[in-house]
Design a protein. Structure first.
Lengths: 314, 282, 328
């Protein structure tokens, strides 16, 4: 088990290394030099000034040197400076992380607490009216763009309260909860739908298994059979998807933070891209990749803890 | 008299009513996109200051935007962009992914290992993030948007096709083809490729929905297909949060169009999966 | 001695999209305490559905037990409420299944799965249930029962799992044990051990055993009585010695001559040890569309006009030997 974790950690490093090269090259095949763009947008005309910018940013160095500079800094915790705010990148990113993490956490919580039970109900009542209703609900969850769902929620809010919920760092009590949960529901609806679909099909598969029949032959009640014996097995594949979704929640976070005007990291990536703030973009992308890879590893470890067949390596 | 074709259609309609509903939804949108010029009552680009934020009804079936452009007509023309981008990206991504998966599963060895690693690297970035970065790198334009959405699709398709190929390689008919002295390349193209078609179609349909959503998200964030092309996501981006209060029709209709067509692709995708790929059935 | 298990006129059907499938029709048999009744036949003849019907484990819908009675010590299980039936399962009548690989829950320890049974029916506490589980594992001759109780199914071999399955089924000392092909999935050497184990426990606990099998070798070694099923009906019933020495139904004759050991060992009429094994041509007909006469007639070498038009009733063809055949 320990050697497995070490192998996974090494693979993680390799993957992140690959991501860093990919993102570094991608941002340097931009048509036109970054210095040109900055230069033009700043309205400067003095060529000496331009030379200075190029030298300051290290853009006159060969690409491998630039890359080494970036990664060397990254490993020391020095992420460089933002082109736009000229503040250290780390100071811009760090305070935004908890905001997005909290939103993502609530969204995952929402999607699991909705998705798993509804999926089980749908499977246990296969082909009933309830099942059809829930299946259509989950299919629509996969069809609504999350930013539109966010806008609809805002619209409902305006309709009932006359005001738009605006992100407020100092909100408290009821307001705080509303500001957390409403965007979380908008982000989590898609994952909830996906988890529900998967729980349903996984549950249907498990309910057909021999050991479920064995459990019934022992005289267990339907509830004990469904929840003690079947659900335990059915959630295994769901755990994997929860991991993948937790990482891919990022897409929903980006648009939802934009809709609700939440100053988190996800929206910040879009802003950095718009401003062509490349030090910011490449570090943010690295951060996202790191989160994704870490979550995947944690999910695999969780899987090992739940499934004795993997735990005892058969 | 019923022909064989109509009999088949009737059978499929009975067996997969939801899939047929999905196909109908998609057909309507595709037709609207193709004949946008004829179907749309007004020109999507003509501005009219007097009609700024006109309410739905009368000339402006679904109202007008800030610049007095007809929302309904813009939506119909928007179908063109959204479908062109998503279908283009799905074809491109699935095609490249399938080729890569076939090659990687068939050649194996170092090449396979390399493809696997690269796929893993690509999959460590969420679809939208990668599409955003690629757009940022290539600059916004219609073909660039298609490329930006297509590339993130590649690893998933490649993986599915690869595992399919690996199991197909062990099949008796491939062994038989080898025994007749057929070249490896011919076997791959003639025997293995057609058998990966069913999962490929299922996968591509499933991805069509997510490419439509990704295009909408990119345009919503202002990084998709540039003006003056009307796209559904862009229609929502034009300070949508403000219109939530003043002109809800500007928010409701484009979003409804996106949701409806993605719902259609999902219905069709599920039915296709059931019909073509029983292993994935739920 | 009154029989422990008395099944009479049991009929089970499945309502399918293509029509009514009569999986079990008017099947009757009884088993005494400490005895084994074998139900034999090819796959698809209704053996397993009969077994599942005894415990009311048929998925309903689409299945339905339409008539008959299943009496254990005089109590008709088919008349019990769902809750009463759940109390009877495992306590009055228990079952072991064909696939020990898949019949145990992969995520629960063996000990826990056995303990669950005794907690449920005998109201034992956690500790006592655990002790009983270990005791039962010991009883089915699993070495190191303490350690094995803490293990998961995938850590055991097939034979070991089937022993655990038997330990679980017998943990509450049920009056009736239904064993559905308990040895089919196992190696030949393990098969004999498992059969011996079932035989020993049957004698020790006085359990009435219903053994479902297609293996006539198993029948010859373990059963007291044999019921032969074909296309959902009982076509022959007799004590084991009688049925092998003197099979009445052509289906049973066919089954016997397709198996080398039985054919030669029993010196069956018309079959000599050096002759080729014969197989019964054709397959069990689909239960949805049975011919009007004897369901075996299309495959029967001795069939004549009457066989294809009129269903033969079960008749005593010899003392204590029932068969349903016009030609027997």
């Amino acid at each position: 088990m320990l050697s497995y974790i070490i192998r996974r950690l090494l693979l993680m490093v390799v993957t992140l290394f690959g991501v860093s090269i990919a993102i570094f090259l991608l941002l340097r095949i931009v048509p036109g030099n970054i210095a040109d763009i900055l230069f033009d947008s700043a309205g400067l005309i003095d060529p000496a000034e331009k030379k200075k910018i190029v030298a300051d940013l290290g853009l006159d160095l060969p690409l491998p040197m630039q890359y080494a500079q970036w990664i060397g800094g990254l490993l020391r915790g020095d992420l460089g400076f933002s082109y736009v705010s000229e503040k250290p990148v780390i100071d811009e990113i760090l305070p935004r992380i908890p905001i997005t993490a909290r939103l993502a956490g609530f969204a995952m919580l929402f999607s699991i607490t909705m998705g798993v039970p509804l999926g089980v109900i749908s499977a246990v009542r296969q082909n009933s009216g309830t099942d059809y209703g829930l299946r259509i609900l989950s299919l629509s969850g996969l069809s609504l763009p999350s930013f539109w769902l966010g806008l609809l929620i805002l619209m409902a809010f305006v309709h009932y309260s006359g005001t738009i919920p605006i992100y407020d760092r100092n909100a408290s009590g009821w307001n705080w909860w509303m500001l957390q949960l409403i965007p979380a529901a908008a982000v989590g609806f898609r994952s909830a739908a996906l988890i529900m679909r998967l729980t349903r099909s996984s549950m249907l598969e498990v309910l057909r298994q021999d050991y479920v029949r064995t459990a019934r032959s022992k005289g267990l009640s339907d509830g004990a059979v469904t929840y003690d014996h079947a659900l335990r097995n059915a959630v295994l594949p769901v755990i994997t998807v929860i991991g993948v979704e937790a990482a891919f929640l990022m897409g929903g976070l980006i648009v939802t933070e934009t809709v609700f005007n939440i100053p988190g990291v996800a929206r910040f990536l879009v802003e950095a891209i718009r401003w062509r703030d490349y030090p910011m973009v490449q570090n943010l992308v690295m951060f996202i990749a790191f989160v994704v890879v870490t979550v995947n590893l944690l999910v695999d470890l969780a899987y090992m803890l739940v499934d004795p067949r993997i735990r005892y390596g058969s | 008299m019923k022909t064989g074709f109509w009999n088949d259609v009737a059978y499929l309609a009975r067996r997969y009513p939801l899939g047929v509903a999905g196909a109908i939804i998609m057909t309507v949108f595709v037709l609207a996109a193709i004949f946008a010029g004829t179907v749309a009552p007004l020109d999507p680009f003509t501005t009219n200051p007097k009609a700024s934020l006109a309410k739905p009804g009368g000339t402006y079936l679904m109202g007008a935007d800030m610049m007095g452009r007809d929302v309904f007509s813009r939506m119909i023309h928007g179908a063109r962009i959204s479908l062109a981008v998503s279908i283009g990206a799905t074809f491109l991504g699935s095609g490249l992914g399938a080729a890569l998966g076939l090659a990687s599963g068939y050649i194996g060895g170092m090449f396979d290992l390399l493809v696997q690693r690269v796929a893993e690297i690509m999959q460590s970035l969420p679809l939208l993030v990668m599409a955003l970065v690629i757009t940022a790198s290539l600059g916004p334009s219609l073909p660039n948007t298609i490329i930006a959405i297509a590339i993130p699709l590649i690893p998933n398709v490649a993986r599915v096709i690869r595992s399919n190929v690996l199991s197909l390689r062990e099949m008796p008919f491939v062994e038989a083809a080898k025994a007749t002295g057929m070249s490896e390349f011919r076997i791959a193209v003639v025997h293995v490729l057609p058998n990966t078609l069913a999962p490929l179609i299922v996968l591509a349909t499933a991805q069509l929905g997510s490419t439509i959503l990704t295009e909408a998200s990119l345009s919503f964030l202002g990084l998709g297909v540039p003006e003056p092309w009307p796209s559904w996501g862009r229609m929502l981006s034009e300070s949508a949060a403000e219109y939530v209060r003043t002109a809800p029709w500007l928010v409701i209709f484009p979003g409804l169009a996106i949701s409806l067509i993605v719902f259609g692709t999902n219905l069709l995708g599920d039915a296709l999966r059931d019909a073509l790929d029983p292993r994935q059935r739920d | 001695m009154a029989p422990v298990l008395e099944v009479s006129n049991l009929s089970t059907v499945f309502h399918t999209r293509r029509g009514l499938v009569r999986a079990v029709q008017n099947v009757s048999f009884s088993v005494n305490a400490g005895e084994t009744l074998a139900i034999v036949g090819e796959s698809g003849c209704g053996k397993t559905i009969t077994a599942l019907s005894l415990l009311r484990l048929i998925p309903m819908p689409p299945g339905e037990i339409v008539s008959g009675s299943v009496k254990v010590d005089g109590t008709d299980l088919l008349k019990l409420s769902d809750a009463e039936m759940r109390r009877a399962r495992g306590k009055q009548i228990a079952m072991i299944f064909q696939e020990p690989m898949t019949a145990l829950n992969p995520l629960l320890t063996i000990g826990r799965q056995i303990a669950e049974m005794v907690t449920l029916h005998d109201g034992l506490g956690r500790k006592a249930a655990r002790d009983r589980a270990v005791e039962m594992l010991n009883h089915v001759k699993i070495p190191e029962p303490e350690r094995r109780a803490r293990e998961y199914p995938h850590q055991m071999s097939g034979g070991m799992r089937q022993r655990a399955m038997i330990a679980m089924a017998l943990a509450c000392k049920p009056k009736v044990l239904v064993a559905d092909e308990p040895t089919t999935a196992l190696d030949v050497t393990i098969q004999a051990q498992i059969l011996d184990l079932i035989g020993d426990l049957r004698r020790e606990f006085g359990t009435a055993v219903v053994l479902i099998t297609h293996d006539l070798g198993v029948v010859a070694e373990t059963a007291n009585r044999v019921v032969v099923m074909y296309a959902g009906r009982k076509v022959e019933e007799a004590p084991v010695g009688e049925v092998f020495a003197n099979p009445k139904h052509p289906y049973m004759t066919g089954l016997m001559s397709s198996i080398p050991r039985v054919a030669s060992a029993r010196g069956l009429t018309g079959v000599d040890a050096t002759a080729r094994l014969t197989e019964i041509p054709g397959i069990v007909p689909p239960l949805i569309n049975l011919p009007p006469g004897c369901a075996f007639s299309p495959r029967c070498t001795r069939s004549e006009a009457q066989c294809t038009t009129t269903l033969p009733e079960l008749e005593l063809k010899a003392p204590d030997h029932l068969a349903a055949c016009w030609r027997a």
